[in-house]
Each structure stands twice: as structure tokens, then as C-alpha cells.
Design a protein around this ligand. Structure first.
Ligand code: ADP
Ligand code: MG
Length: 591
């Protein structure tokens, strides 16, 4: 059976129930990873599937998992591990939709941040498919509230992200605890050495399915870059949004801190924008996402990792506020637009020191990214004016209750204003044109004669660099490796360059003592926490002696704490999402 010939789900030997659900979900034909993956998984083999985000990997394993559940047993028969709570929820919901006509199947999402007692009660009633995050699954295994003796299928979804997030050990101990004769399936957007080593250890003679990225050459995506001074990026971005009338837009940047900065800046300028990144609580994220899907928010600003977990379609465009550090991320990002035959725009804002990365991306994708011209202030006022006239005409045509406002003009005339003045003032206000704070000539950087790509600029990029401090938490290993030395630089604008113990001191302590694990906490000096607060919280919550806690480096916005290696996991589990001095804290292994 070759995949080219599979045009229909009915060719995949699926049960009527599943086919009915698929029709209802509007799935017309299997995606390539489904066409190849479903038969391989159904035949019982171990499978490695590689395909990028948004290609339908969930159903590729979800359908065969559903086909193999034995409803006469109440035991857990399939375990799916996902990197984040969002993904766990999303995957369990998608499997739920696929299972709509399989009465009696129970699927449960198990993740941190949700009441463990509620989960335990639910698990007691009997669950066939568990979709969970590694930390919480481990937790249940230790409490013996989850038993895996009957598990036949084990799925590692978004395996690359799980490893990037530091779940390697958890995954390995979970895998080691599964019945020997289970089937193991691993899905990932990228393949790295650590993933290959996991597959070597835990998969049996796996079938490798790799779907080539056709997004790389998706002709529906218009790829353009703009050479922009770092401090003018938001201005240029808003001009592009206005110029192209982008109403549903995803903006990517490399760090969480940048997400917050951009959102704040956009909101101040009157754009309906919200950010999504790993620091948001589940409730906040769902909130942000439903507003975006409803069109209340038009601009969603995200980091690469956070964007993995969201399912949005019909975007007008994607803006790369920063150029990603990884070529594959660029492909993932722009693949979010121009779907299903619609056209999409992918704009990249390139600072001088990012130019070489753009070149690397071009080499990788084999597509030339065109250089664009930044719209002038006049251009922007022009398009806004045209749109204003259009919307006023529409309001007049559609308005049957306009006589309610008849006297407004009269009232203003009474105050001594001319009709021209009144209309002008209203236009300006409604159009929301900002005062021109940047000269057009001051937005782009000039290519110096003989400048080589990849050259780093000295002072002009401070704005860029200062964002890298908190980034490790979001991006994990890859970025950490490349930019590790920035990590301990004092973070934040106008902040003293003197960190606790000084810059050199903190560099020296970048490696924790033997036997210790360095943890990253999302609270810092700005939260008024003191070493004793941290010791108190960790010792109390994780139940370890305070004196075993090692070095504590408090920075403005985050803190590094060394704890004994053997206690690191207990501390993570006890503290992540917990509070210190009433402030919610995110905690993770520092990389
Ligand atoms: P991935 O895990 O590869 O990132 P998902 O499984 O989350 O992708 O699927 C992305 C989106 O595409 C989801 O909204 C899903 O419902 C939809 N989808 C998946 N398979 C199909 C299909 N065969 N036809 C139409 N839509 C699909
Ligand atoms: Mg997925």
C-alpha cells in the first residue's frame, strides 16, 4: 500500500465509528503523516514519525490507539505523554472527538496545576487512555494511583519539546516501567541525537516515517524581510499591520520577556494584542486563546514553544519580530499562515546582527526572501484615511438610527467650530493615527559598504541582547548552548550592572558544585524576595533540610538556587506553580 494511492480514510481499514467521527470533524482525507502513520501503527510496529507542527500527528496515533482499546477491561491501555498541559488537554480533546461514537471509552488528561485529588478520583473510576505530562504522570506512578501493567501502547508526542523542557529522565523512568511487550510510538517535529538515543534504547525495530516539509516551498506564503533598527521594530510592525490590513496575526519573538514588552507596546498604541508564553496559568492561556479565536484580539504574540501548543488557522500573516535561532523554527512559524490555499504574509524584521541568520534560513529553505520597503508615515495615514472613509460610508448606508445623533453637529457648531474642524478632529481620533514619533529615515539601518553578513554590532543592539536573560526557561537546551554566556548578564533596562557578587562571580558560579542541581526560579529582587524566603519555601514545601540548599543568586527578575541533585525533582514538583511570599513561582532546572 503506497501513500500516494490513499485518498480516503475508508482505505485505512478503520471502524465505522471512527469514520463517522472523522466525517463529522470535517476531515476529508488523511494528511501524509496520517496516510503513512496509521497503517504502520495499526500493524503493531514501533513507529517514529517526523512531521512538522500542524500536520495532523494527533490523529495519526490517536486513531490506531482508539482502534486497539479493549472496552471489556477497565485498565489503562494507552499512555500518551505530551510536553505541556495545553497539549495534553488538546490531544485528549482531539482523541475524545475521534472517539465520539465509541461508547464507554474513557480518556483522561493528567497534568500539573490541576487538582491531584480530582485526578485520583477520576482514575479510580477506570480510564482507558491517559494523556499526561511527564511530571504529573510520575507523580501518580509514585502514589500508585496509576497502574500501567496493562498498557499496550505508549506514545511520546512532541518528543523534541519534551526533551528540550528537561523531561528526559522522567520519560526514561516512565518508559522503563512500562510492560515489555508494549508498542512504542514517538512523534516529533525534529529529530535530534537525544531523541535517536531514546529510540535506540526503548523502541523495537521501529518503522521510520518522515514527511518532507512541503511548507518550505509553499507558494502561498509571501516572504519579505525588512531591515529595521532594533528600537524601531514595533513602529515598523504596526506600519506593516496597517498597510496590509492584517486582522489576524501571529507575532513571534525569541524570549518570553520580549513577548511581554511587545504586547505592552502594541496595547499602548491601541492594537488589540495579547501574549502567550510559558509563564501564563492555564486559565489565562485559555482566555487569551478564546479571545483570539473570536477575533476580539487580533494580534497574538508568542514564543516558539508556546506557539507549539496552540491551534489556530486562517491567519493573515506571521511576523518574525526576532529572527529565530533555529532555521526549523522559521519554517514552523511561517507555516502558520498560507494554509489551505489561502494566501499569507510572512514578514521578518531583521536587525543588523540578525542578517546572517536570515541568510542561513534562506540557504536552508532554498527560498529567496525578498527585501521589502518600510511604508512611510504618509503611506500609513493614506491607508487609514481610505479605510476611515469606507467605514463612515458603510455606517451611513447601514444606519437607520442616525437621527439620534443629529444634534451633535449642531452642538459643536454652537461651540464655534466649523464642520471641517469637527470632521477633521473626529477622523483623527477614530483613525487612531499616532503622532509620527519616528522619522521615516530613522527606521532602517544602512548597509555599510563592504559589510559582511554575520558581523555583530557593538552598541546598537543592546535592546536585543537584554532580552536573552530569561530565555532559557522558554527555549531549553538549544538556545542555552548557543547563548549560554548571556544568561548571567544582568537583565533589564536601567538595572544596576552589579548582580549579587558581580558579573564575574556569577559567571564563575555558572556551574553548580558537584552533586548539586541548579534551579531557575521566576521570582527575583523585584518581587522583594530574600534568600531566607527561598530557603524557607523550598525546605518547607519539598521537605528537605534548609542547610542542604546551596548557593542562591538573586537577580532582578529571576533567581538561581542550587539544591542537592537527589532532591531536585522533589523540589520541582513541590514548588512549580506554588507561591513564595504569596507570589506564584515557576521553577525549572537551569540549563
Ligand atoms: P500536529 O500534532 O502535527 O501539530 P494536530 O494533530 O494538532 O497537528 O492537527 C492540527 C490541526 O489539523 C487540528 O486542528 C486537527 O484537528 C486538524 N487536522 C488533523 N488531521 C486533519 C485532516 N486529515 N483533515 C483536516 N484537518 C485535520
Ligand atoms: Mg501535536
Amino acid at each position: 500500500m503506497t501513500t500516494e494511492t490513499i485518498e480516503n480514510f475508508s482505505e485505512l481499514n478503520l471502524s465505522e465509528n471512527i469514520l463517522k467521527a472523522l466525517t463529522e470533524m470535517g476531515f476529508e482525507k488523511p494528511s501524509p503523516i496520517q496516510a503513512q502513520g496509521i497503517p504502520a501503527v495499526m500493524q503493531g510496529a514501533d513507529v517514529i514519525g517526523q512531521a512538522q507542527t500542524g500536520t495532523g500527528k494527533t490523529a495519526a496515533f490517536g486513531i490506531p490507539v482508539l482502534e486497539r482499546i479493549d472496552l471489556s477491561s477497565n485498565a489503562v491501555q494507552a499512555l500518551v505523554l505530551c510536553p505541556t498541559r495545553e497539549l495534553a488537554v488538546q490531544v485528549s480533546e482531539e482523541i475524545g472527538r475521534l472517539a465520539k461514537y465509541q461508547k464507554g471509552i474513557r480518556i483522561e488528561a493528567i497534568y500539573g496545576g490541576d487538582s491531584i485529588d480530582r485526578q485520583i478520583r477520576s482514575l479510580k473510576r477506570g480510564v482507558h487512555i491517559v494523556v499526561g505530562t511527564p511530571g504529573r504522570v510520575m507523580d501518580h506512578m509514585e502514589r500508585k494511583t496509576l497502574k500501567f501493567d496493562e498498557v499496550r501502547m505508549m506514545v511520546l508526542d512532541e518528543a523534541d519539546e519534551m526533551l528540550d523542557m528537561g523531561f528526559r529522565e522522567d520519560i526514561e523512568s516512565i518508559l522503563a516501567d512500562m510492560p515489555e511487550d508494549r508498542q512504542t510510538i514517538l512523534f516529533s517535529a525534529t529529530m535530534s541525537k537525544p531523541i535517536m538515543s531514546i529510540t535506540k534504547r526503548f523502541l523495537n525495530d521501529p518503522i521510520l516515517i518522515k514527511v518532507v516539509r512541503n511548507e518550505l516551498t509553499n507558494v502561498n506564503i509571501e516572504q519579505v524581510f525588512f531591515e529595521v533598527k532594533p528600537q524601531a521594530k514595533v513602529e515598523v510592525m504596526t506600519r506593516l499591520i496597517d498597510m496590509h490590513h492584517l486582522k489576524s496575526l501571529l507575532v513571534f519573538c525569541n524570549t518570553k520577556r520580549k513577548v511581554d514588552e511587545i504586547v505592552e507596546d502594541l496595547q499602548l498604541r491601541g492594537y488589540a494584542s495579547e501574549g502567550i508564553h510559558g509563564d501564563l496559568r492555564q486559565q489565562q492561556r485559555s482566555n487569551v486563546m478564546s479571545k483570539f479565536k473570536a477575533g476580539v484580539t487580533t494580534i497574538l504574540v508568542a514564543t516558539d514553544v508556546a506557539a507549539r501548543g496552540i491551534d489556530v488557522s486562517g491567519l493573515d500573516g506571521v511576523i518574525n519580530f526576532d529572527i529565530p535561532l533555529d532555521e526549523e523554527y522559521y519554517v514552523h512559524r511561517i507555516g502558520r499562515t498560507g494554509r489551505a490555499g489561502m494566501s499569507g504574509k510572512a514578514f521578518s524584521l531583521v536587525a543588523r546582527d540578525e542578517k546572517f541568520r536570515l541568510k542561513t534560513i534562506e540557504n536552508y529553505t532554498k527560498v529567496k526572501i525578498e527585501k521589502g520597503v518600510i511604508p512611510s508615515y504618509e503611506d500609513i495615514v493614506g491607508v487609514r484615511k481610505a479605510r476611515f472613509v469606507e467605514s463612515i460610508s458603510a455606517a451611513i448606508k447601514n444606519g437607520d438610527d442616525l437621527d439620534l445623533y443629529n444634534d451633535v453637529l449642531e452642538m459643536l457648531h454652537h461651540s464655534g467650530y466649523s464642520t471641517e474642524q469637527i470632521v477633521g478632529a473626529m477622523a483623527k481620533q477614530i483613525m487612531g493615527v499616532q503622532k509620527n514619533e519616528y522619522a521615516d529615515s530613522n527606521l532602517a539601518w544602512e548597509e555599510r559598504r563592504g559589510e559582511r553578513d554575520g558581523r555583530r554590532e557593538g552598541s546598537g543592539d543592546r535592546f536585543e541582547r537584554r532580552s536573552s536573560g530569561g530565555s532559557r526557561f522558554e527555549r531549553g537546551g538549544r538556545e542555552g548552548d548557543r547563548r549560554g554566556s548571556d544568561r548571567f548578564a544582568p537583565a533589564g533596562r536601567g538595572e544596576s550592572r552589579r548582580s549579587e557578587g558581580g558579573r564575574d562571580e556569577s559567571r564563575k558560579s555558572a556551574v553548580p558544585e558537584a552533586g548539586m542541581t541548579r534551579l531557575f526560579l521566576s521570582l527575583g529582587r523585584k518581587d522583594h524576595i530574600l534568600p531566607k524566603d527561598i530557603v524557607g519555601a523550598i525546605a518547607g514545601e519539598a521537605n528537605i533540610p534548609g542547610k542542604t540548599i546551596g548557593a542562591i543568586d538573586i537577580y532582578d527578575k529571576f533567581t538561581f538556587v542550587d539544591v542537592p541533585e537527589r532532591d531536585a525533582r522533589a523540589v520541582l514538583r513541590a514548588m512549580d506553580g506554588n507561591t513564595i511570599k504569596g507570589k506564584p513561582v515557576q521553577i525549572d532546572i537551569a540549563k
